[in-house]
Ligand binder design. Structure first.
Ligand SMILES: [Fe+2]
Ligand SMILES: [Fe+2]
Length: 452
């Protein structure tokens, strides 16, 4: 078996290259984080070949030409082993070769076959099993895997592979961590998917590294988690991956339907393209709760239910679409309004946005009927103007559902923004105190059942 040393400071890249070469070519592989860790020339000479990144950032943020340092070391100690440098470097002579900074796994393997003189005969002997294992940490930064992912179960001595994550499913670090916490160390993929998947993992990691060098920032900062709606949060609030899928499909369908209206589609696009804004998060989370509980509300089945569901997305994403600023979006009562410094136009907009949006929606053909009514009532007033003192039960059931869910989402986001621990039960308790009518409390009950 041939022995190979991989030197790369990015753990993900290191491990995807290693997994690929181990599985595809049965190399025996050791890894190092960077070339400064090499001190023993005899030890280095025991490898058949070395794969090393061109440069890395050290712990003090300095840019180090690791590949060049390795080559110098090899020349100084007269070690005659082939080296493949990952990323551009001006030293293509003899047994030293460099690959472009966006290399593929195939590039590495072809180069190794050449550099190590691996024969066809040798390659034929290497046969992968039907399911190939991939170390679980490789999946941390993979958001939408390009193929189905399996776990291995062993029953009465026989291995079974069970599909757990579907191709293009939403995946994030927290989901992966949960498997890891259950003592799972490897996922499995079908052998025909293996190369494609490893390529995807590698290219996502490479994009981050290449970008980091371009912007001359530390890689850590680039790959650190940004504030977004994570799968972890969704699990905590009781939203299933199926619901996320449903919401995403509905959003796409809605975008197509409104594409005929220039004004509306421009407004919608700017909302949907900015996923980290407060507006997007609030609308999106509201729609997710809606989709999650709607089947439990006894509003019919089949076609009837589908018609109701079709409306949800429009209500959630359009009701406040005229309010372009976060400070306006955060006004839910006359009291709130008194605390914010507003121009007269802004005041008018806040008080009348529900009614104004209704008028806008009425001009669009092809959207589900009845949305205008719910949008008009979304702050609880029948004519879409102002904020009523009390919530009544003579609103449309969808409007009532919307009012409760949105209030829940507002409180959740408040808590996240304040970096507090999310206490869903106490938020729901507050909602119970706030809404007195049973038509409203029925919705709270459903929200509670998502987490208990
Ligand atoms: Fe709203
Ligand atoms: Fe509103």
């Amino acid at each position: 078996m041939r022995k190979l040393l991989i030197i790369h400071s990015d753990e993900r890249i290191q491990s995807s290259v290693r997994e690929y070469l181990t599985n595809e070519y049965s190399f025996e592989i050791d890894c190092l984080a960077n070339s400064s860790l090499i001190t023993n020339a005899d030890e280095l000479a025991t490898y058949d070949g070395i794969v090393c990144e061109n440069r890395y950032v050290d712990s003090e943020g300095r840019n180090i030409v690791g590949g060049q340092n390795l080559i110098n070391f090899i020349i100084d100690h007269s070690i005659k082993k082939p080296v493949v440098i990952l990323g551009e470097m001006e030293i293509d002579y003899g047994s030293f070769v460099s690959l472009p900074s966006r290399f593929s796994l195939r590039d590495i393997s072809l180069q190794l076959i050449k550099s190590l003189n691996i024969t066809d005969e040798e390659l034929r002997h290497l046969k992968m099993p039907d399911f190939v294992s991939v170390e679980i940490a490789n999946f941390y930064q993979l958001s939408n895997p390009c193929c189905d992912i399996y776990i291995k179960m062993t029953k009465t001595g026989v291995d079974h592979f069970v599909k757990r994550i579907y191709a293009n499913d939403v995946l994030d670090k927290d989901i992966v961590r949960r498997y890891e916490n259950n003592n799972l160390s490897h996922f499995f993929v079908q052998k025909e998917d293996f190369e494609k998947l490893m390529g995807q993992i590698l290219s996502q990691s490479l994009t981050k590294v290449v970008k980091a060098f371009k912007e001359d920032k530390k890689i850590m900062e680039i790959s650190s988690d940004t504030f977004e709606i994570s799968q972890n949060l969704l699990n905590e609030i009781g939203i299933t991956p199926q619901t996320v899928k449903l919401a995403k499909t509905s959003i796409v369908a809605m975008t197509k339907t409104v594409s005929g209206s220039k004004k509306l589609s421009t407004l919608l696009r700017s909302l949907l393209e900015n996923e980290t804004t407060y507006a997007f998060k609030r609308n999106y989370l509201t729609s997710l709760f809606f989709y999650q509980i709607i089947p439990n509300l006894g509003w019919g089945r089949g076609e009837q239910l589908k018609q109701t569901m079709d409306k949800v997305c429009y209500i959630c994403f359009f009701h406040d679409i005229l309010l372009r600023e976060e400070k306006l979006l955060k006004i839910h009562s006359l009291d709130d309004m008194a605390f914010v410094d507003l121009t007269n136009e802004e005041k008018k907009l806040v008080l009348e946005h529900a009614n104004m949006t209704t008028t806008l929606l009425q001009e669009i053909s092809g959207i589900p009927t009845g949305i205008d009514v719910i949008v008009r009532q979304h702050h609880g007033s029948l004519n879409g103007v102002g904020f009523p003192d009390v919530y009544t039960s003579n609103l449309s059931p969808l409007a009532i559902c919307f009012i409760v869910i949105e209030k829940y989402v507002v409180e959740i986001l408040k808590s996240i923004e304040a970096k507090e621990k999310l206490k869903l039960n106490s938020i729901l308790l507050e909602l119970d105190e706030f809404f007195h009518l049973s038509s409203y409390r029925k919705i709270i009950f459903e929200l509670k059942s998502l987490i208990n």
